[in-house]
Design a protein around this ligand. Structure first.
Ligand SMILES: Nc1ncnc2c1ncn2[C@@H]1O[C@H](COP(=O)(O)OP(=O)(O)OP(=O)(O)O)[C@@H](O)[C@H]1O
Ligand SMILES: [Mg+2]
Length: 382
């Protein structure tokens, strides 16, 4: 059996535990066998290429990104246990009251962290993929109520453990804190090195994610930062130039296997099993995202045809309609501001769309009404 690391004795909470220190990438003795990944890698790359292509079905890729980026943010936060929904996120953006604002904050923090990383990597003068970049992302992720006592932005200084009630019965004890900086430097070096042996980029991303989770460099948020790194490297290594994929949906759906496969790298030396699971996940998630885009494109096209056939349609109602995919919940006031128009004009525009059944009013009240492009939200939530 391949060895993927060594055990060292570490102390935490007065207990002596065996902490796992992973070997630097690449897996060796034996090296990864290409037979284990060539076919699933080709399928995953094909699914990603199709996903990139299908975005041409809508007039603006921003529409699709609006939903996809929020969906990934939501799903990755749900793995952690957040209870927010997409509608909560849209409500918050619309300025409506949300009951679970801590949950929503967790999701919007992820969005901020993701945008920061994406912006840095797109900017030639920005931070490269690096420990510093990940620490800055972590600071944004754990900003606010829930994260403030989890050392946001800092590598951990204590021994942690995963699963179990105490270190002694943990499923996994990551490396001692003093080893974390050197292990992360190794990982950083691997990310920037010329790919050895023609290893495909998706396989390298699979290796990087698992290695990151095994190092578990932060007190909390390791899963979310590790998944953010997947999304960032997908773009950085030109697999998908816009973040249209929401892989966290697959990982959430297969959470037990996700954790089991990560553990098996350590316990059985099974890198191949993890890589196969990861590639399968990319292929499935990309195909799902592609179907979602086709469905959204048809919904919007059908609604647009109905609006075009409506004699009472106004210029403002057309402009409002084109905004809906990026503003699926709104008040009249939000419409007035977005269209930079008067209250009566905004009200009339909304009324046209409401009478066509494209948007629905949610409160049933006369004042402070809130509207929803509900069929679209339902498609995104599906
Ligand atoms: N047995 C394991 N071996 C290695 N890594 C694991 C194992 N079990 C879980 N993990 C990783 O640890 C993550 C959880 O760590 P942590 O709580 O720090 O992250 P999080 O972002 O707060 O939570 P979550 O990932 O649940 O959203 C998991 O998502 C997974 O990536
Ligand atoms: Mg956590």
């Amino acid at each position: 059996m391949r060895s993927t690391g060594t055990y060292v004795t570490s102390t935490t909470l007065g207990e002596s535990v065996r902490a796992f220190v992973p070997n630097a990438l690449l897996p060796s003795a034996p090296a990864l066998s290409p037979e284990s990944f060539v076919v699933p890698n080709r399928e995953a790359e094909l699914a990603l290429a199709r996903l990139a292509g299908v975005s041409g079905l809508v007039p603006s890729v921003d529409w699709l990104l609006y939903g996809a980026v929020r969906k990934e943010a939501l799903l990755t936060s749900q793995i952690e246990g957040t209870q927010a929904s997409l509608a909560d996120l849209f409500d918050e953006e619309a300025g409506f009251a949300v009951s679970n604002s801590d949950d929503v904050e967790e999701v919007t923090n992820y969005l901020r962290a993701f945008r920061f990383v994406q912006g840095s990597l797109r900017d030639p003068a920005g931070l490269p993929v690096s420990v510093r970049l990940l620490c800055e992302a972590h600071r944004l992720l754990l900003d606010g109520v829930r994260g403030h006592n989890k050392q946001p932005g800092e590598l951990r200084r204590s021994q942690n453990w995963i699963g179990g009630t105490r270190p002694g019965n943990a499923a996994f004890v990551p490396p001692p804190p003093e080893r974390v900086p050197e292990l992360l430097s190794d990982l950083e070096r691997f990310i920037h090195a010329q790919p050895e042996g023609g290893l495909p980029p998706l396989v390298r991303i699979a290796l990087v994610h698992a290695q990151f989770e095994t190092i578990h460099p932060f007190l909390d948020g390791n899963g979310r930062i590790g998944r953010l790194l997947i999304a960032a490297l997908m773009e950085h290594w030109a697999l998908l130039n816009e973040p249209l994929l929401y892989l966290s949906g697959y990982l959430k759906q297969h959470q037990a296997e996700y954790y089991r496969r990560l553990s098996a790298i350590r316990t059985d030396g099974d890198w191949e099993g993890w890589i196969a699971f990861f590639l399968e996940g990319v292929a499935v998630a990309a195909t799902e995202a592609e179907r979602g885009i086709v469905a959204i494109a048809s919904l919007v096209a059908a609604d647009r045809r109905r609006l075009l056939a409506e004699p009472k349609a106004t210029p403002a109602s057309y402009r409002l309609f084109e905004m809906l995919p990026m503003m699926p919940r709104f008040s009249i006031e939000r419409v007035r501001q977005s269209l930079n128009t008067t209250f009566p004009t905004a009200t009339a525009a909304v009324k046209v769309l409401e009478e066509l059944g494209i948007v629905t009013e949610l409160t049933g009240q006369k004042k402070n009404r809130s509207y929803s492009y509900q069929t679209y939200i339902d498609l995104l939530t599906r």
